[in-house]
Design a protein around this ligand. Structure first.
Ligand SMILES: *[C@@H]1O[C@H](CO)[C@@H](O)[C@H](O)[C@H]1NC(C)=O
Ligand SMILES: *[C@@H]1O[C@H](CO)[C@@H](O)[C@H](O)[C@H]1NC(C)=O
Ligand SMILES: *[C@@H]1O[C@H](CO)[C@@H](O)[C@H](O)[C@H]1NC(C)=O
Ligand SMILES: *[C@@H]1O[C@H](CO)[C@@H](O)[C@H](O)[C@H]1NC(C)=O
Ligand SMILES: *[C@@H]1O[C@H](CO)[C@@H](O)[C@H](O)[C@H]1NC(C)=O
Ligand SMILES: *[C@@H]1O[C@H](CO)[C@@H](O)[C@H](O)[C@H]1NC(C)=O
Ligand SMILES: *[C@@H]1O[C@H](CO)[C@@H](O)[C@H](O)[C@H]1NC(C)=O
Ligand SMILES: *[C@@H]1O[C@H](CO)[C@@H](O)[C@H](O)[C@H]1NC(C)=O
Ligand SMILES: *[C@@H]1O[C@H](CO)[C@@H](O)[C@H](O)[C@H]1NC(C)=O
Ligand SMILES: *[C@@H]1O[C@H](CO)[C@@H](O)[C@H](O)[C@H]1NC(C)=O
Ligand SMILES: *[C@@H]1O[C@H](CO)[C@@H](O)[C@H](O)[C@H]1NC(C)=O
Ligand SMILES: *[C@@H]1O[C@H](CO)[C@@H](O)[C@H](O)[C@H]1NC(C)=O
Length: 547
């Protein structure tokens, strides 16, 4: 039916879109053909007879307008027009103004038959513009937005007639979701309070309602946000060897930040040592050997994130320091006892490894926890507990060593192991001393006051009443005294120091002393008293009843 060489797409389109409309009586059939601007279209003169002598095409009513194209005309006036199959009209490079009603008139044996075709020319959608703002495009065309922004999605499209445009959203591995669809050339919507679940492909589609042509623009959108806090830096000693590890951590952002280590006090540009960390992790670890380190050296980590962050200075610093130690230098342990040597690291960055060593004579012999030794560490404090102290093996110097990649410090602890004190011996000695003291005291007391310890009964048989009267503590003796003297205690004190005790006491109680006080008497008479004691002791040696 069609001649070769035609644009198959246009033919397909024209063939697919035409539809028959209700007839217009004898005038023939009505047909609507949709053509797309810029393309070609063929208007078929239906049911034309092969015997037709002439076919004419009119753009409008045959009576009102001159023929547009005639099979008898030798030269077409418009190069875009041509006759196909001796009867069908082909229009190339369609324009919007080509739309309208066409009539084909077939002349057959002097009778004319007309056929009407309505041509609709659709244009677009074209020149679709999609804007997502504010957003930033990545090199691969993906755009990212700041989570904290309100993001406007705008899609416009040129089309004749007015298109249907709409936004769809497709999250990764999820179903398509329709946002908006309007009959118009522009559709706009705004999203705020974004989250990662808003990441995905955003597509704007415009469809020409006439031609069904559609155009789609897809944008992959990422939702970025900066880390909420400041970066944190710290130093650590590598597990193996004495290497320094610098950690810089700036988590919580998306995507990962870029972290750069540099020497403190220098700009990134001027520093001889800059380490760039690619943004694949939130924590960047840099391992350095010890050669360039010294006490007090500082390192700075500068963080940067694609999403700008206000108010937060994205840097942190770490200063490395050699260890310094404090300890109790002198410790004592009793044989068989337990002692704990404590060693505290007061300053060290990165934290020092603490170890205990025996004497300097075995510098490599690190003390490990074992049968009698227990090494514990809690934070920066290390304890060495020695159980069952032995004088022979444990006494001496211990070394507490703290080491980090920057330096090393050692302190000495001297342990003295003592013999345990014999408790029985101590008690015995105390008792002996006590007894000795009592004896000495007794001796002194007896020396000065010989009567104090003597039983009154021993003296009852004696004539010397003045000696006997001092014994006053027991009622029994008091009775005896009362019997012998009939005097009060006060009188007896005086009597002690008076040779003529009975008389003096009596005079004391009854009348004032004659001429001398009691003290005077005591002073004068002491030698006599001493003599008495001596004589008393002499008597004690001999038989009592002999006196
Ligand atoms: C065109 O001719 C076919 C037969 O070839 C016929 O069936 C049809 O009705 C005709 N259409 C019109 C509009 O005359
Ligand atoms: C058109 O041309 C054909 C021959 O090509 C001729 O037979 C016919 O009569 C012509 N028709 C008219 C209306 O001139
Ligand atoms: C078109 O008309 C010419 C003569 O006018 C004829 O030779 C030719 O076969 C016709 N083509 C078709 C497809 O009928
Ligand atoms: C073409 O014909 C249809 C009816 O068949 C009419 O509604 C329309 O207005 C006509 N178009 C023009 C441009 O005359
Ligand atoms: C584009 O690049 C971003 C990051 O650079 C990546 O996350 C995304 O998957 C890329 N998109 C495509 C379509 O390659
Ligand atoms: C949408 O974009 C079009 C063209 O880019 C612009 O004219 C229009 O003002 C925009 N609409 C909004 C709401 O931004
Ligand atoms: C978005 O579309 C691109 C291709 O246009 C595809 O490679 C990508 O995986 C899609 N992303 C998502 C999240 O669906
Ligand atoms: C757009 O127009 C079509 C036809 O005129 C109608 O069916 C459809 O409901 C309209 N859509 C909207 C969103 O207005
Ligand atoms: C933003 O979204 C979160 C959950 O995604 C919700 O808890 C919060 O209330 C929202 N904030 C606003 C201002 O809508
Ligand atoms: C867009 O057009 C293509 C063919 O060009 C078609 O397969 C698809 O279904 C159309 N999409 C819509 C939404 O009409
Ligand atoms: C680190 O990145 C900066 C730019 O961010 C670049 O100028 C510098 O050369 C990089 N240095 C290294 C060692 O990769
Ligand atoms: C170390 O010993 C001290 C007392 O000697 C004790 O208070 C501390 O808890 C001990 N620390 C460890 C880690 O054992």
């Amino acid at each position: 039916m069609w001649v070769p060489g035609w644009n198959p797409a246009a033919l397909l389109l024209a063939a697919g879109l035409w539809r028959l409309l209700p007839g217009r009586g004898a005038a023939g059939t009505e047909e609507v053909i949709v053509g797309e601007a810029g393309r070609s279209v063929v208007l078929v003169c239906r049911n034309v007879s092969q015997k037709a002598s002439e076919v004419d095409w009119f753009h409008g009513d045959p009576g009102a307008v001159p023929p547009l194209f005639s099979s008898n005309a030798t030269l077409p006036e418009d190069a875009r027009l041509s006759l196909v199959d001796n009867s069908s009209l082909r229009i190339t490079a369609l324009r919007l103004q080509d739309g309208g009603n066409y009539t084909c008139r077939e002349v057959l044996k002097e009778t004319a038959r007309e056929h009407r075709v309505q041509l609709l020319v659709a244009s677009g959608p074209s020149r679709m513009t999609v804007t997502i703002s504010p957003s930033t495009a990545l090199p691969n065309g993906t755009v990212y937005v700041d989570k904290r922004d309100a993001v406007t999605f705008n899609c416009t499209s040129d089309s004749h007639p007015v298109p249907t445009v709409g936004w769809t959203f497709q999250p990764p591995s999820s179903a398509l979701e329709m946002f908006t669809e309007v009959n118009g050339s522009t559709t706009v919507f705004t999203l705020s309070n974004l989250s990662l679940s808003f990441q995905g492909n955003y597509s704007c589609s415009a469809k020409n309602p006439l031609s069904g042509s559609n155009q789609t623009s897809t944008t992959e959108l990422l939702v970025y946000y900066p880390p909420p806090s400041v970066p944190k830096c710290w130093a650590q000693t590598a597990q193996v060897g004495l290497m320094l590890q610098l950690f810089c951590s700036w988590p919580g952002g998306y995507p990962h930040p870029v972290l750069q280590w540099t020497e403190e006090g220098r700009d990134l540009e001027n520093s001889s040592w800059v380490v760039n960390a690619t943004g694949s992790v939130d924590t960047q670890v840099e391992t350095l050997n010890t050669s360039r380190l010294f006490h007090g050296k500082g390192f700075k980590c500068v963080g940067s994130h694609v999403v700008k962050q206000e108010k937060v200075e994205p840097t942190c610093t770490v200063q490395i320091t050699a260890p310094s130690l404090e300890t109790e230098p002198l410790k004592t342990c009793f044989v068989g006892g337990t002692v704990t040597l404590t060693c505290r690291v007061t300053e060290s960055n990165p934290p020092a490894r603490i170890s205990w060593l025996r004497n300097v004579s075995q510098p490599e012999a690190t003390i490990q926890s074992g049968e009698r030794h227990l090494v514990t560490q809690e934070g920066s404090v290390s304890n060495l507990t020695i159980q069952n102290c032995s004088h022979a093996t444990d006494e001496g110097y211990y070394v507490c060593k703290a080491e980090n990649p920057v330096g090393l410090q050692e302190v000495y602890v001297s342990l003295t192991v003592k013999k345990p004190v014999n408790i029985v011996g101590v008690v015995g000695a105390v008792v002996v001393l006590l007894l000795l003291g009592i004896l000495i005291l007794s001796g002194i007391v007896l020396y000065y006051n010989p009567l104090l310890c003597l039983k009154g009964s021993m003296f009852r048989n004696q004539d010397s009443t003045d000696v006997f009267m001092l014994v006053d503590s027991e009622g029994e003796e008091e009775e005896a005294e009362e019997e012998a003297t009939g005097k009060s205690n006060a009188h007896r004190v005086t009597a002690l120091v008076n040779e003529n005790s009975t008389q003096t006491a009596e005079s004391d109680s009854s009348e004032p002393p004659r001429g001398t006080s009691a003290e005077d008497v005591e002073r004068e008479e002491r030698p006599a008293t001493q003599r008495q004691i001596l004589s008393f002791l002499a008597e004690m040696d001999g038989p009592v009843d002999g006196s």
